[in-house]
Design a protein around this ligand. Sequence first.
Ligand code: BGC
Length: 334
Amino acid sequence: MVQDRPFGRIGGREVTEFTLANANGAEVRAVNYGGIITSITTPDRQGRLADIVLGFSALDEYIAGHPYFGAIIGRYANRIARGRMAIDGRIYQLPVNAGGHHLHGGRSGFDRAIWGVERLDSKGIVLTHVSGDGDQGYPGALQVRVTYRLTDTNELIVEYEAHTDRATHVNLTQHSYFNLAGEGGNVLAHQLHIDADAYTAVDAELIPTGEIAAVEGTRFDFRTAKPIGGAYDHNWVVNHYDGALRTVARVFEPLSGRMLSVATTEPGVQFYTGSFLDGTLIGKSGRPYVQHAGFCLETQHFPDTPNHANFPTTLLRPGERYHSRTMFAFGVSR
Ligand code: BGC
């Protein structure tokens, strides 16, 4: 087994970097600060290994602030308009941390928590976190488990589970930024396919209007693979949602031949192209992370669901089990 290693300390607590490795040379590293995936190493079509996610080599750089590189996002992925939500007739005011809105669980979301860790074996870990009643304004104590498992066929399986003791809204995701050519450079020439006929339209502040808009005839139509080409920060309504795992997106990087396919049990995927990166953050290999240095495919329920009765619900009640699964499959093609 590859040695786990100390990754630094925060508030007197040890952070460890865990390595999941299989016999093909693929490797996933993750730390128990924010459940952050710090690196994913996979072979290209010649068998050459490269790290294909953005991140840093030291804990201090993550603590200093970053746009959620590799982190687990919770309690609620993406935006809740003005931080307001109602549950059973009662209004909750969540902290606003992004242009007057609540983003990614608030100022101190799950991406900043120190998670408990249980080693399964050389290819798996379970991260655990308890978000207390009232944490970031949300009702109910939420017990969360996230499992990272690397398979022998180069798939990373992320499984989420949660229970609450009061009704609350939950929407968990993984915020890795991929660059299949190897981190550094930009992803605009990657070819993307998304199996979605529609997306959730947003206003100028990236808040859903409630409209489920057809992709037909728009730049949001990735039903036939095409180069990413520009900026996106939207939620696609993926086809055939019924809670079973199915492939919703595929990305191909022509020079390396690397492919990523994303399967999920979730109804949506936020495709974000790192538009807010501006070259000021320097990545683990010493190169600046410029605009579009990575893309995220954040499988999720739709943004701002608590305020839209026509979106699949994110409400979790006591006695119910939140369960969600996403699989990132890494491969190559000619
Ligand atoms: C959101 C972006 C946000 C980014 C933060 C994405 O999931 O959709 O709007 O700026 O996360 O890094």
